[in-house]
Write a protein that binds this ligand. Sequence first.
Ligand SMILES: NC(=O)C1=CN([C@@H]2O[C@H](COP(=O)(O)OP(=O)(O)OC[C@H]3O[C@@H](n4cnc5c(N)ncnc54)[C@H](OP(=O)(O)O)[C@@H]3O)[C@@H](O)[C@H]2O)C=CC1
Ligand SMILES: O=CCCC(=O)O
Length: 347
Amino acid sequence: MEVGFLGLGIMGKAMSMNLLKNGFKVTVWNRTLSKCNELVEFGASIGETPAQVVKKCRLTIAMLSDPAAALSVVFDKDGVLEQIGSGKGYIDMSTVDPETSSKISQAITSTGGAFLEAPVSGSKQPAETGQLVILAAGDKGLYEESIPAFDVLGKKSFFLGQVGNGAKMKLVVNMIMGSMMNAFSEGLVLSERSGLNPHDLLDVLDLGAIANPMFRGKGPAMLKSNHSPAFPLKHQQKDMRLALALGDENAVSMPVAAAANEVLLSASTRIDPMYRTVMEISFCELSFPSGLASHRRMLFWSRLTWIDIDAHSCQFRKANSFKKARSMGLGDLDFSAVYEILKMTKD
Ligand SMILES: NC(=O)C1=CN([C@@H]2O[C@H](COP(=O)(O)OP(=O)(O)OC[C@H]3O[C@@H](n4cnc5c(N)ncnc54)[C@H](OP(=O)(O)O)[C@@H]3O)[C@@H](O)[C@H]2O)C=CC1
Ligand SMILES: O=CCCC(=O)O
């Protein structure tokens, strides 16, 4: 079976690799085209544009960051719409809102093409091992045709009916998950500050009624301040924002989710630009290694107080290397980094 794959981020790379390893012919495209090279080593072909991929493949899967990316890949020049039509199927597995999904669906089906939304539950590791949970909705015929691919990508597929239901289910799940991560992080900070050993807390939680794979998997790494990204913070905030909008549309008050969103939002909008500034400071520090002159220069560049510099230099030290730190913001770290933010705001 030949499939196209658009978007080779954390998830798309793992999923397309999985398809290749299981005997599928895969043609890949990514906005940053160089990311296709690793897949080519495993037998993938490259399409230079989304339109080229769709032209070549009867079935094309997309795994893109957010609604803007999902729309751009379909509607922009050289996009999916230029080549989709009767006899071809498009499956968007990105996490987006129901409106985005419906807009894409209408455009695809108006050409005679078939559309399925199929967001997934599960992160980097389940994507690598084919253990995702697939939340499909839309064209039932396309769903059935896609089952061989879904069987490789996931451990269970749900068909949830009309377009929008897959997106809604995914947003509800991630709204719960984002609130859980915030509560978990607060619990870890509270245990530390009140004189308990947070490792004991992990053991206690794991033996009780709220034990779950997320606390078990992420807890020990969080206590080591290891937040290498599986599910980026910026995507969790996007999902929380979209879930809150869904709550608003349905007159559901969600104060817990709204509070969790505030923490996620402050991470990506308030702290992230400061974090980037620290990267600039560090460049200065390299150019002017010591003395008052360099300090003044740093202050001039950053427009922050010394206290800010100290606080954010701590964040800089958490990045594994200077090169990595330069190219990352906090939003690119795993969503478990919300723990660091809660620690900082409670300092
Ligand atoms: N990571 C996870 O645990 C999970 C993620 N998801 C969802 O899956 C989707 C992908 O997540 P993930 O792989 O982690 O994200 P990444 O940030 O790792 O990858 C995002 C992908 O989208 C592409 N992209 C971003 N903006 C555009 C644009 N304007 N036009 C074209 N391509 C664009 C990126 O291209 P480029 O390389 O050029 O930047 C990259 O291929 C998201 O919707 C996320 O919410 C769902 C379940 C789990
Ligand atoms: O959307 C991301 C979900 C991450 C997970 O299920 O662990």
